[in-house]
Design a protein around this ligand. Structure first.
Ligand code: CA
Length: 363
């Protein structure tokens, strides 16, 4: 322990040493660091659990970790720009950050759909492996670069449910002519099986199903589906969510805004985003488990597994869809080839680890 007198003596020497130099060249160590105030727009309704609330949680953590040097004001879908205006707002630089899903931009960047989820594609665990250690995130950055966007994985729903149906699906024939709300690649695939795919905004889904405007829909999983109350509007709840086995939601940052951030703030954004990617998955796994129990025990929901031949056919149709899309678009072909390459690397390992272990628990 340094004695007080000794300390004062040392401090005096230091002052004297500094005093010998020119005052003009003294470093401005006490200058307050630059503060950044960003706006974030999201594609989610206000207070939408886990997705919107997860985005808000992310900004709170960034503020704490940066000691207030980066504060981000969040606007839910429609509050500042329409939900589907997020991509353009951040791409143009009028807003610094966005939170949404890459598959919403299929009309502009169809190859980006693979970074959210692909039918019979990756689970959350596999997708994270591809993103962080399999080149997926590098490829995503390359795909978004022409739009001045820097993407980061920022949320994952885990495996979703197959959807709510007012008709029992015993065979492929039962899918024919069915009116179903199912967006994205899943919609493309199931339309090949004869389903009449309907696109409706989230807010209209319950009424459309209840009034028979549509016969079926998919939304997220037990937790979100229970909250909306779809069990009151449909008889059957099907699994698994073959079309969205682990949807990754995105944080996008305007490239110019990103480049202005010093390295430590960039790292804080990256770390907080990776944490959100983990925490939202954990939150949904916990809440989906509890909601599933409630749907079964309290509301006596008829939960059914898709018949094997239906699943097999949908899998075949998914491959057919990817091949057709790749043949018509070299950008899709490039992302799909990378996705497939990683699938060949990880699937045998998943089969021998997670899948085999889950099978073993049933014995
Ligand atoms: Ca969904």
């Amino acid at each position: 322990m340094i004695k007080r007198r000794e300390f004062l003596a040392k401090a005096g020497t230091l002052t004297a040493a500094v005093g010998t130099g020119s005052l003009v060249s003294a470093p401005a160590v006490h200058a307050s660091p630059k503060k950044f105030r960003f706006k974030m727009v999201t594609t989610w309704p206000p207070k939408f659990p886990v997705l919107q609330t997860g985005a808000e949680e992310f900004t709170k953590k960034v503020k704490i970790m940066s000691g207030g040097r980066l504060s981000i004001q969040v606007f839910a879908g429609g509050e500042l720009v329409p939900p589907l205006g997020v991509f353009d707002a951040v791409s143009s630089g009028s807003i610094e950050m966005g939170h949404g899903a890459a598959y919403y931009w299929a009309g502009k960047v169809p190859e980006a759909q693979f970074f959210t989820s692909a039918p019979f594609g990756f689970t959350a665990q596999q997708l994270n492996a591809w993103m962080y250690y399999g080149g997926g995130l590098d490829l995503w950055r390359e795909v978004y670069a022409p739009f001045n966007l820097v993407p980061l994985p920022a949320c994952n729903t885990g495996v979703q449910m197959g959807g709510w149906f007012n008709k029992k699906i015993d065979s492929l024939a039962d899918l024919k002519g069915l009116k179903m709300r199912i967006p994205g690649l899943g919609g493309k695939v199931i339309s090949k099986a004869g389903v009449n795919v309907v696109l409706l905004p989230g807010g209209e889904l319950y009424t459309a199903l209840e009034r028979g405007v549509i016969d079926a829909l998919e939304w997220v999983g037990p937790y979100h589906d229970l909250k909306i109350g779809f069990y009151r509007a449909a008889k059957y709840y099907y699994y698994p969510g073959w079309h969205e086995p682990g949807s990754c939601l995105e944080l996008v940052i305007n490239k110019k805004a990103w480049d202005k951030l010093p390295k430590d703030l960039q790292q804080i954004v990256k770390s907080a985003s990776a944490e959100a990617n983990l925490m939202t998955l954990a939150e949904l796994d916990a809440k989906n488990g509890s909601a599933l129990n409630e749907l079964v025990s309290k509301y006596k929901v008829n939960i059914l597994k898709y018949p094997d031949d239906v699943i097999k056919k949908l899998h075949e149709l998914s491959k057919e869809t990817y091949e057709e899309l790749s043949a018509g678009n070299p950008k899709i072909a490039k992302v799909y080839a990378n996705f497939q390459k990683f699938a060949r690397q990880i699937e045998p390992w998943t089969a021998m680890s997670t899948a085999a272990f889950m099978d073993a628990k049933k014995l």
